[in-house]
Design a protein around this ligand. Structure first.
Ligand code: ADP
Length: 398
């Protein structure tokens, strides 16, 4: 069975064609600059790469281009569209309307548009354009929606509610939803397999540390808490996002800087985080290079990040009543030993004993144990694979 995984943004569309028998990637690529001059598709398949330059005014044309590339004589891997069993679409926000992966129907599309667009105005409308483009080009091929928020739907009410008037939660759906769910799901499942314990007996903290970062508490294989909230702005400070901040400080800042409320939120999303603290970069590779040369604000940004992640590891160990493993994943989590060491330092009281050499070892793309054999709590690096989760969920549904 072959599943096409589509991740559509407002001006880009990424895809992977996955063979479910081997769970290997047959082909992948990215259509860039949709609706903008100079659009193109960079496609990989058969061990080759090819650029298709063509005007791509909308997502329907983008999907047409992808399907042509999948059947191309150089980078193509299929003879016809019939070889694709189904399409799995990445969707960001589900609100409380979709608790799990859902097949696309006209009713589902209506609910998505009417109820979830306002929850993720940058992401969901773009993803729906991807779905509708596929429907136009691929006819009645089964399509599934896999939500970033689904894995977090098992959080108990006392974890996801904010301390606002209960009626406002009911009326407007204002609560914590969490994000990066497919990643937290994938790495926690891999960790459970690695630990060789029954899922119900495990307590794991998963740290998805990338440009956007979130940490989840996964107890018995289910998410019981996560750091991102109603939007991805909450939790630890990130590349350009501030993370948690006192709302009254935001009002004060907005007044001082002459910003409207939505301008202030935009500032917190796009100009703060480690970028704002360092004044140098949102990219951890730059921060580490500059800190090594003595830049104190870059070091401060790194210290703040590690401290905040550590604080959530401790909080979630308390929330779960114990800890079997800490998992690091995504760009920073998989590639940055200094951040992992800083997060885990001082966690000996939680049974963590780091293996310095293993932590500094090369990223092999496989699961790596970076705690000592004697460490009661395991520390693992697990490369994330959100596309594979989307493909698995889609295959299971169809
Ligand atoms: P996102 O998917 O949220 O855009 P990533 O998971 O790709 O982000 O993470 C990007 C971050 O990972 C950057 O801060 C970058 O510096 C850091 N990073 C460190 N080492 C690497 C590496 N070898 N490859 C990619 N990203 C890396």
């Amino acid at each position: 069975m072959k599943i096409l995984v589509v991740n559509a943004g407002s001006s880009s569309l990424k895809y992977q064609l996955i063979d479910m028998d081997t769970e290997g990637v047959l082909a992948k690529g990215n259509v860039e600059r949709i609706g903008i001059d100079g659009s193109f598709l960079k496609a990989k398949g058969n061990g080759k790469e090819k650029i298709f330059e063509k005007p791509v005014p909308d997502h329907t044309v983008a999907i047409e281009l992808v399907l042509n590339a999948l059947q191309d004589e150089e980078v193509g891997v299929i003879k016809s569209m019939d070889e694709i069993t189904a399409v799995g679409h990445r969707m960001v926000a589900s609100g409380e309307y979709f608790k799990e992966t859902t097949l696309v129907t006209p009713e589902v599309l209506t609910t998505l548009k009417e109820k979830t667009f306002e929850l993720a105005p940058l992401h969901n409308p773009a993803a729906v354009k991807g779905v509708e483009g596929c429907m136009k080009v691929m006819g009645d091929k089964p399509m599934a929606l896999v939500f970033d928020t689904s894995f977090h739907q098992t959080m108990p009410k006392h974890a996801y509610l904010y301390g606002i008037q209960y009626e406002d939660y009911e009326r407007y759906g204002v609560r914590k939803y969490g994000f990066h769910g497919t990643s937290h799901k994938f790495v926690s499942e891999e960790a459970i397999k690695y630990l060789g314990k029954k899922a119900e007996d495990t307590k794991i903290v998963t740290c998805h540390l990338g440009n956007g970062s979130s940490i989840s508490a996964v107890k018995g294989g289910k998410c019981v808490d996560t750091t991102m909230g109603f939007t991805p702005l909450a939790g630890v400070l990130m590349g350009t996002r501030s993370g948690d901040i006192d709302v009254s400080a935001v009002e004060f800042l907005a007044q001082k800087k002459g910003l409207s409320f939505s301008e202030a939120v935009n500032y917190l999303n796009k100009q703060c985080g480690v970028q704002g603290i360092s004044g140098v970069s949102s990219d951890f590779r730059d921060l580490i290079a500059e800190a090594d040369k003595g830049n104190e604000r870059c070091q401060l940004a790194l210290d703040m990040f590690a401290y905040q992640v550590k604080r959530y590891v401790g909080a979630y160990a308390a929330a779960m009543g114990g800890l079997d493993a800490i998992v690091f994943t995504a760009g920073i989590g998989e590639n940055t030993p200094t951040v992992r060491a800083a997060v885990c330092s001082g966690l000996e009281f939680l049974g963590v004993e780091m293996d310095k050499k293993a932590n500094e070892g090369k990223n092999t793309g496989a699961i790596r144990e970076i705690s000592t054999k004697a460490s009661k709590t395991k520390v693992l690096v697990i490369p994330t694979n959100e596309e594979l989760v989307i493909a698995r969920e889609t295959a299971a549904l169809v």
